[in-house]
Design a protein around this ligand. Sequence first.
Ligand code: CP
Length: 312
Amino acid sequence: MDHREFYDKDIVSIRDLTREQIELILDLSEEMIPYARGEKKTHTLDGRILGNLFFEPSTRTRLSFESAAHRLGADVIDVSQMSMTSIAKGETLADTIRMVDTYCDVIVLRHPHEGAARLAAKFSENPVINAGDGAGSHPTQTLLDLFTMRREKGSLDGLNIVLVGDLKYGRTVHSLADALTMFGAKLTFVAPESLQMPADIMEHLKAKGCNPVQTDDLESTIADADVLYVTRIQRERFPDPAEYSKVAGTYRIDNAMLREARNDAIVMHPLPRIDEIAPEVDGTEHAKYFEQAFNGIPVRMALLCSILGGEI
Ligand code: CP
C-alpha cells in the first residue's frame, strides 16, 4: 500500500479511511515539512487547479489549502461567499458543483449544511475534499490533529485524550473522536450536558469498542491527560441565542489549572479561540495550537499530492 491509492479519492469523512491509510498520509506529511516551510521546492502538481469553495468563514483551512497547492506548484481558483456565486440567484449546490468541476481538478468545499460534501462528491467527477460541513465533520482537520499528536507524543497508540467544550456542534471533535478510536485512545468528553457528544457518535464509538467517559468537570480530568483538546462554543450553530448565553465561557484553561497537568501534557485547539484558553498559556510548553495550525500545510500537501497523483 502506498499513497497512490488515494489517487482520485474523495475525502468526505474520516470514517472513509482506515488506520493504515491515515498513517500513510501522516508519513507523507512528514516528508512535506521542508516543502511546506519553503526550504525545498517542487512543481509536482504543475498545471493542476484546486477549486476552493468556502461558503462559511475560514482562515486556516482555506489559506492552508491554498498555500499547500502553491507549494506543490498547483494553481487555485476560489470563492469565499455564496453571495458572490450564482447560488445567490437560485442555482442549486449540485449545479454549482457540476460547473466548478469542469474548471478545476479537485474541489475543496466548506458549507454550512451537514452532508453538503457528500452531495458534492456525488455530482463531481473530480475528487471532493470536505473542509467542514456544518456541525457534521472536518476530516482534514482530524488528519492535522493526529499529525500534531504523533509529532508531539511520539505515537498515537493508547493516548489519554480529553476533548473539551462544544462536543455537540463542534465538527472537529466529531471526526477526531472517530479517528482516535482506531488508535486505541482513552477518550474523556468534557462538556455541559446540553453540549455533550451526539448520541449517534457515542453509539458509533461504542460499536468500535471505545467507551468514552462523559463529564462536565474539567478540573477532574487534567492530571491524567496526555492531550487537552479544547474547542470553542460554536455560537453560530445555536438556534436560540439565549441557549448560547447559558453555556458561553463555561470552560477556560489557564496556567493555574495547568499546574495540575503532567509536564508533557499538550494543549491543542483547532482555532479560532475566543476565551477558552487564556493568552498566558501561549508561552508555556503545553501550548501546541499554533504548531497545529501550521501542520495543516504539510498534511494538506500530502493529501493533494496523493489525490492528484503527484510525486515527492
Ligand atoms: N480549524 C479551522 O477549521 O479553522 P478555520 O475555520 O479558520 O478554517
